[in-house]
Design a protein around this ligand. Sequence first.
Ligand code: NAD
Length: 473
Amino acid sequence: MSKKTEPNFYESVQQNFDRAAQFTSIPTGLLQQIKVCNSVYYMQFPVKIGKDYQVIEAFRVQHSHHRLPTKGGIRFSQKVNQEEVMALASLMTYKCALVDVPFGGAKGGVKISPREYTADQLQKITRRYTTELVRKNFIGPGIDVPAPDYGTGSREMAWILDTYLTFKGGEIDAAGCVTGKPVSQNGIRGRDEATGRGVYYGIREVLNDRSLLKKYGIEPGTEGKTMAIQGLGNVGYHTGKIAQTEGDFKIISVAEYEGAIYSEKGIDIDELVKHRKKTGSILDFPGTVNLDQRKKTLEIACDVLVPAALENQIRSDNARRVKAKIVAEAANGPVTATANDILLKKGVIIIPDMYLNAGGVTVSYFEWLKNLSHMRFGRMEKRFDQNTYLNLVNLIERQSGRSITQKEKSIIARGADEIDLVRSGLEETMVTAYHQIREVMMRKPKVTDLRSAAFVNALGKVASDYMNMGIFP
Ligand code: NAD
């Protein structure tokens, strides 16, 4: 297929939507309403950079107002354009529905390459962007709640909150206007790792699904399975680190902006990050070989390929060369709709983005709840639980005449901290959502891939919200 016919990201999302829609009985008009973006705000604003002014282009798209607030990250990238942000906002709606997070989907994009600006300049741009959102009523704990995405992190979220507070400091729930904030500034423990941790839980669920794996001739279990990762940013790093430490995965290839490396024996992700900090590159990491092109990581023979950078990485021109058994979409839209068909025909399992990277928005939801409740999770029950378990252990010791060590006691008799509850809530969410997707496949035998099943499940939930509002019959 020529480059011209490759669907762009937004078209891919639309095509995947249409494919799944035929498996539902949702009326056409309602499907159309679910599909379109409700509000698109395009802005251009000046920011003084050095001695000159630069006009910055930016977007905020609210895909669906069927639930409020809307929710979605902010991307800083030179490649940002309206259709990209629309695609990302659409995916947010389906993602939230899939994991029962009660938000509509949204996304923001600022067309800049963050590498080209100092921290002070990025702060100016972020604050100005936030001001534009405040002016147009496009941000607020009950309106629209941004979060981190590609090119942004907790630092940018702290600037957003501070800017919002300068306008709306008197609002009691103001801290809930943005998530992914530093823990010291109304954030929640575990948000940084949340997307990657969710990606790991999703991959683990698939690798525990014996009936699915049997069809593809894949052995169950995570131990010793090989993984290749594209993009060692927030999502790629945490996915790799957790897969390695908790799932005993062997990471055999990593690609970053500057190139890609390979090692049959496995790559220690933390050591690689240290090496990159020291040398400015992942290349020449001891014990690995450099690959001649960074995209070669996508073509490595492995059990699980994790594209965790950007959309449209696996396309009609390289999909046939993908040798992974499972493609785990940690990034949004890494596989085009055309490549999706090629991979499915090749017998590759694709774990879809809208499910797999939903851990970020799930923990953002917990953060938003924490902000609205004005209290850390675990504060009320931690000591009570700890004392109850301790009394129980002491009773068993007295009754049995045997005692355990102090260390064993502290492991058994402990109450949950915020991080324990966040991880537990995230795991529960990812496991439940996976089983809902599989349940669709059991109920509808024509739905044979996880993406279509995820869409069918999400569309059903959004449609029923609309019907409950009485907007559609
Ligand atoms: P990030 O900016 O922290 O990291 C992305 C990394 O990918 C960067 O280090 C970048 O240098 C690298 N990269 C870019 N192009 C590359 C290429 N061609 N080959 C190899 N590496 C490349 O971004 P992130 O937050 O980790 O987001 C990554 C993806 O995950 C995006 O698609 C984003 O929408 C999605 N996502 C992020 C979150 C989140 O919580 N941050 C949540 C859900 C989905």
